[in-house]
Design a protein around this ligand. Structure first.
Ligand SMILES: C[S@@+](CC[C@H](N)C(=O)[O-])C[C@H]1O[C@@H](n2cnc3c(N)ncnc32)[C@H](O)[C@@H]1O
Length: 202
């Protein structure tokens, strides 16, 4: 599909993502067809001890589709990148896991989501997190910077997935791990590209 998209399609996709996530930054409730907030986190078996230690308003801002930490641990002292961090719940969970000797960067395309992540960060006492604006298709980091890259519910929104994947492997250190949670289309792809673009971020 990404090869069929025109420049104008990509522009409309960007606008659709910006419009949706401006609303989600206020609250994810009512904007998704799957459980969000605490219900989503509990349903996806996030570590209960970590969840209990985080403020309710932080947990309420979660809108991931799965649990990237179910694929393996993040270890003490590791450097982690969260692509499409949204309001930063996975970023915060990763920062608890790395401990103060590790570092975590949360990166997102939508300034309003990053603003919500900044508010969330103020509510937890973690010194090892930074937030940065950027796109999965063009990661603003040097080669071999991270032990772990996580991403939750983001790649389905990225027009050029092949490029985003090659960016992940560029910024991972040798033997680094990519822990991805996402949703995939299992039915036939609609023949009409116009409707795909219209519905991209819905
Ligand atoms: C479903 S939300 C998931 C947010 C967060 N990962 C979570 O689990 O709560 C998708 C996020 O991806 C971001 N996003 C969409 N396209 C992106 C891209 N090309 N690069 C980086 N972030 C992107 C959106 O702004 C939004 O914050």
């Amino acid at each position: 599909m990404e090869n069929l998209l025109t420049g104008e399609d990509r522009k409309r996709i960007r606008e659709g993502i910006a419009a949706k996530y401006r609303k989600v930054a206020v609250s994810p409730e009512g904007n998704f067809k799957y459980p969000v907030g605490l219900a989503g986190l509990e349903g996806q078996n996030y570590d209960r001890g970590i969840l209990r230690a985080l403020p309710e308003e932080v947990l309420a801002s979660y809108c991931g589709v799965g649990n990237p930490f179910s694929l393996g641990p993040v270890r003490k002292g590791e450097a982690v990148l969260d692509i499409g961090c949204g309001a930063g719940v996975d970023t915060i969970v990763a920062a608890v896991m790395t401990g103060p000797e590790g570092r975590v960067i949360g990166m997102d395309l939508t300034p309003e989501m990053l603003e919500r992540a900044r508010e969330n960060l103020k509510k937890v006492s973690l010194e090892n997190v930074t937030l940065q604006e950027g796109s999965a298709e063009d990661l603003p980091f040097p080669d071999a910077s991270f032990d772990v890259v996580i991403s939750n519910g983001v790649f389905n929104l990225v027009p050029d997935k092949a490029r985003a994947l090659s960016e992940v492997f560029r910024v991972l250190k040798p033997n680094g791990r990519f822990m991805l949670a996402d949703q995939v289309l299992t039915a036939e792809q609609p023949a009409d590209t116009g409707s795909v673009v219209e519905n991209w971020a819905r």
